[in-house]
Structures are given as structure tokens and as C-alpha cells.
Design a binder for this molecule. Sequence first.
Ligand SMILES: Cc1cc2nc3c(=O)[nH]c(=O)nc-3n(C[C@H](O)[C@H](O)[C@H](O)COP(=O)(O)OP(=O)(O)OC[C@H]3O[C@@H](n4cnc5c(N)ncnc54)[C@H](O)[C@@H]3O)c2cc1C
Length: 393
Amino acid sequence: MIDLCVIGAGPAGLMAAEVAIDAGLSVVVTDAKPSFGRKFLMAGKSGLNLTKDEPFTDFTAAFGDAENWLLPMLKNFRNMEVQSWATALGQPVFTGSSGRVFPKAMKASPLLRAWLLRLANKGVQFKTRWHWTGWNGQDLTFQTPDGPQTITACTCVLALGGASWPKLGSDGTWSDILVGEGVTLAPFKPANMGFNVQWSDYMKPHFGAPIKTVQITAGATSVRADFVISSKGIEGSGIYAVSKDMREGARLFIDLLPDTDIATLNSRIARLSKKTSRSSILRKALRLDPAKAALFNEFAHNIPLPDIVKAAKALAIEHTGTRPIAEAISTAGGVPRQELTGQLMLRRKPGVFCAGEMLDWEAPTGGYLITGCLATGRWAGQSVVNYAALRKA
Ligand SMILES: Cc1cc2nc3c(=O)[nH]c(=O)nc-3n(C[C@H](O)[C@H](O)[C@H](O)COP(=O)(O)OP(=O)(O)OC[C@H]3O[C@@H](n4cnc5c(N)ncnc54)[C@H](O)[C@@H]3O)c2cc1C
């Protein structure tokens, strides 16, 4: 009988495996996919943002409603420790201007390769293409290329990810298994996602255009950032930052000219001839680039001339809902706090622990997600070690 079976080889599962093997437990890591860490590798495609270099209290505040729950876990693996962890794997990091921390290589592949090698050298066994299907009594059951298989393990860490980007492995199908075991889950919702907009044909030439350095506000959240006009709607880091507020019903307002105050804009307009056309006002006084001017016209074409400045400083963007969860960067919902002990063990399944994005927490982009997964993975691994020690005693 193996001491620990980790199911799901993303950052959370691999961290749990390492803590357990370091404590002398026997560990097997299984994953449904032919290779490990596919979402982690995808995260590295546009620069692997591992964590954020900022005061710890600011860092934990980003976890919102889940801050209080995750605090002991984040204290146990702080944002600063993520940096030394990556460096110890031969991947030195740097901090970008916004405080975001990246490996110098930017990608995830060298980090993942070094981590898997270190785990293998420590004696962790790996099984790929093993799709977990549930339990048969105490045994874990899997569908594999060689047919159904079982693993008998003293403990198990489920680190199965959320439900976004299902083709990378985390497809959320584990939810049916846990519901079948009587676990009540929080419904999955997209997090850090784009929104649908029903554009007029007039916007077609601007699909793919970035809207740069605007002030983006929804509810209590307001950020200076960029976003992108896509054929389906709006997406990109600035939209993701306010996406939780928008998902919960807050309206989206864009200040297209955050560095110019209303008085300055009005005085520029006053200097123009009274006959100046609306499009010339946008170009000459507001100095909007073509994509910003198009966005303005899309949502403010009915605004009377005297209100142009006010509208450009708080352009209300109407959307028709979130893009599908499959396209979201991450997932809200999953296994809620009340179904787990403080050690992240399922109350209904003694010896079964959960970690990573499958837990019911969400956070913005900026390295909070990977740090949250590593920290909860580490916490679950340490809980397994304590649980195994108690069983042996
Ligand atoms: C495009 C993109 C960019 C991102 N960029 C960043 C970033 O820069 N910084 C950041 O902090 N976060 C980023 N993220 C989010 C981050 O990648 C995830 O939050 C993180 O990978 C989740 O880790 P995890 O270990 O919980 O789950 P995952 O990494 O999703 O791993 C779960 C594993 O479980 C396996 N699995 C699922 N079901 C089963 C089953 N039934 N049987 C066996 N195995 C199963 C899957 O195959 C998968 O390998 C990004 C995400 C995306 C999609």
C-alpha cells in the first residue's frame, strides 16, 4: 500500500507530493493527460507570473472573501518564498515594474522539467493517462490505456484544477464524483474572463485592437490598464481585473483619457470653431486614436455635444454576459471551506485532501493563482504527513 496518491499533476499536486516524499512517505502522482502540468505550461506562454512582490497584507487581500480561510496556508508559503522556491529549481526570477514576479526564462517549461526531475530523483512515481474515476471501497479507481486500474493508498490529495481550458486536463468532471460522495460544491463560475459585446458592423475594423492605458472601473475596483477589442467582445488584463465585479452585476465604465482632466478637455474644445464636426472634436480635442474613437462612438453616439467630455471620462460599456468558462483564465467555485477541515481534508472522506484551484476561492491575475495553488498544495502535503504520523502512532 502506498502512503500517498496525488491525483492531478499541476502546481498544487506536485507541491503536495514533494512535501510528502521529503517526509519519507511513499508517493505516486497520477494525471489523466499524457504529460504533466499542461495548464502550468500554458500559463508560461505569455510570461509565467509566479507571484507578486508586495507587502504580505496587500498580497493576501487579493484573495477577497477567501483571505481569512487561506491566510494560514499563505503564511506557510509566502509570496517571497515562491521566489526562493523557483530559484532553488535553477530558475532565478525578476520583478517587473508592476511588482509581478516572473522567472528570467519567462516560460514554465524549464521550471517544470527541473521540478519533475527533482521529484523523480527523490523517488516519486509518476503515472500519466490515468484518469481518476472515483472509489471502489477504499481503493482509488482509474481508467487507463491498459483498462481499469486501482491504487490502494493510505491518503490521497485531489489537486484536479478548476474547469477552465478543459483541453489542458482540468475539465471539472471530478465534481460529479465528489457530489456522488455527498460533498456539496459551490457552482463553477468563470474568473478572470472576457465579456460578450454585440458590436455593430462599424467595429469590425477594430477587432484585435488594444485599448491602451485607460482607467477601467466596475464596482469598487478601478485599475489603470489595457484591454483588447475582440470579435466576441472585450478581454485582456484590464478587463480580467474588474471581471469579478462585472460578473456580480457592476457596470463597466472606461475613462478613455485618465491623464487629462475635464477642464483641460473643455478648454481644448472651446478653442475649436463652433462648426467643428463631432469626429474632428474626438480627434483634435480629445485626441482619441481610431480604436478609442470607435469605442466611444459605439457607446456614446447619441450623447449631445456638450456631454462629450463627460462621456469620454466615464464611457459606459454595455455587455451581454461573461465569455464561457472554458475560455476563462481560472475558475471560481469548487470545494467550499465548510466541506473541509482546517487541514484541507474532506469531512466526508477521511484521508482525502484537496488543494489548488479546485477549492472554492478566486483571485485576480498577477501571480496570486499559482501562489495560492502552491500554498494550498503545500498545506495539503503537510496535512497528509501529520495524518500519516497519527495513524502510525
Ligand atoms: C492562459 C492561462 C494563463 C495563466 N497564467 C497564469 C499566470 O501567469 N500566473 C498565475 O498565477 N496563474 C496563471 N494561470 C492560472 C494557473 O495556471 C492555474 O491557476 C493553475 O495551473 C492551477 O493549478 P492546479 O494545480 O490547481 O490545477 P491544474 O494546473 O489545472 O492541474 C490539474 C491537473 O489535474 C488533472 N486532472 C483533472 N481531472 C483529472 C482526473 N479525473 N483524473 C486525473 N487527472 C485529472 C489535469 O489533467 C491537470 O493536469 C493561467 C491560466 C491560463 C489558462
